[in-house]
Write a protein that binds this ligand. Structure first.
Ligand SMILES: Cc1cc2nc3c(=O)[nH]c(=O)nc-3n(C[C@H](O)[C@H](O)[C@H](O)COP(=O)(O)OP(=O)(O)OC[C@H]3O[C@@H](n4cnc5c(N)ncnc54)[C@H](O)[C@@H]3O)c2cc1C
Length: 325
């Protein structure tokens, strides 16, 4: 069976590697680049998915939550948060897929023609056959567009890399800095990645940090239930399926695990959506509910509750999946 995967980010590269153990897999990636991202992910992902640990640039055992004049240190109960450099992380995942037998082409999916995928490689349009196609082509999925499916619900983010060294991640929940969601600072060796949602919030955040920098904009999915993740022999995974955790906006962990669910479903001929729902639906719905509360006047209270040890422990255990929700 021929499997064609469009997009070699965390989701596509993982699906490719796992499926290559059984099938003839081709992976199409448009370019090597540093995807706009804080690069923060749960450290347990590396053991769970056998990812080389030398990709971890920082191991963090605490973070800060900020709201108005309140700053709360959250102990992560060990070095549970990893920071990766996306350019290196994504490229390594693609290389691991190639080692497993995947054929990797640098090219761009354009459209479908007579049940084949049209891929542009070095300005030449080539038709690729497939029995199954996996769209792992991110939040702006061109496969979704080619199939006339509604686009992924999303919000804009603005981000920049600045010359500053910080020790750990900080999250800022004031509406002026983080809009409906939050603003963030993530350590990246001798730099810091900063971001917020809309441009006004980002500009306010820069003023607050006393810096001047030009941001880049990029979308991030805002998950909703009932997004199409399969149409006949075409499957969607990662950002292309909106599999980003509400509230935290963690996408790397869920893209990689969703790719594993998809690969297992194809190999074992199971229903992908059912399998994904079994594993993640409750957690995503619960976090969507928390996200909604954060968008009301209860936001301040929710954050201030983290002054209490029991609330910090609850949130960290929830993040680490130590509870069934
Ligand atoms: C500003 C920002 C900060 C973030 N910070 C974090 C964070 O700290 N932690 C976290 O877990 N998540 C974070 N996320 C979310 C995370 O980046 C994504 O959820 C994650 O990258 C999803 O992986 P993916 O493989 O599904 O998609 P992507 O990483 O987007 O990979 C898709 C790949 O497909 C390629 N592609 C697209 N179109 C085509 C085409 N037509 N043909 C061929 N190739 C194509 C792209 O080049 C891309 O490499 C952040 C997102 C943003 C925008």
């Amino acid at each position: 069976m021929k499997i064609l995967i469009i997009g070699g980010g965390p989701a596509g590269a993982t699906a490719a590697k796992l499926l290559a153990k059984k099938y003839d897999v081709t992976l199409i990636q448009d370019r090597d680049w540093d995807k706009p991202c804080g690069g923060g992910t749960k450290i347990k992902l590396f053991d769970e998915m056998d990812i080389p640990k030398n990709l971890i640039k920082h191991k963090l055992n605490y973070i800060y939550m900020n709201y108005k004049n309140t700053k709360i240190k959250i102990d992560l109960k060990g070095e549970n948060l990893a920071i990766v450099k996306r350019a290196e992380f994504d490229k390594t995942l693609r290389e691991l897929a190639v080692k497993q037998g995947v054929k990797l082409y640098y090219g761009k999916f354009k459209r479908f023609k007579e049940k084949k995928a049209v891929i542009e490689i070095k300005k030449e349009k080539i038709l690729f056959n497939f029995d199954i196609l996996i769209a792992a082509d991110g939040v702006n999925s061109s496969v979704r567009r080619a199939l006339n499916l509604p686009p992924i619900p999303k919000t804009i983010t603005h981000y920049a890399k600045i010359d500053k060294e910080i020790e750990t991640c900080e999250f800022y929940f004031d509406e002026a800095l983080g809009g409906k969601y939050y603003a963030w600072e993530f350590p990246h060796i001798n730099k810091t990645h900063i971001g917020s949602v809309d441009k006004t919030s980002f500009n306010n955040f820069c003023k607050f940090l006393n810096i001047e920098v030009k941001p880049k904009g990029y979308f991030i999915p805002t998950w909703q239930e009932n997004i199409t993740i399969q149409k006949n022999n075409i499957y969607f995974v990662g950002d292309a399926a909106s599999q980003v955790m509400p509230m935290s906006f963690e996408g790397i962990y869920y893209a990689i695990h969703s790719a594993k669910i998809l690969a297992d479903s194809i190999i074992n001929q199971k229903d992908y959506k059912k399998e994904w729902n079994k594993r993640f639906l409750k957690e995503f719905k619960f976090m969507k509910f928390i996200e909604k509360i954060h968008q009301t006047k209860l936001k301040g209270l929710m954050i201030k509750l983290h002054k209490f040890e029991y609330m910090r422990t609850f949130s960290v255990n929830l993040w680490l999946h130590n509870y069934e929700c």
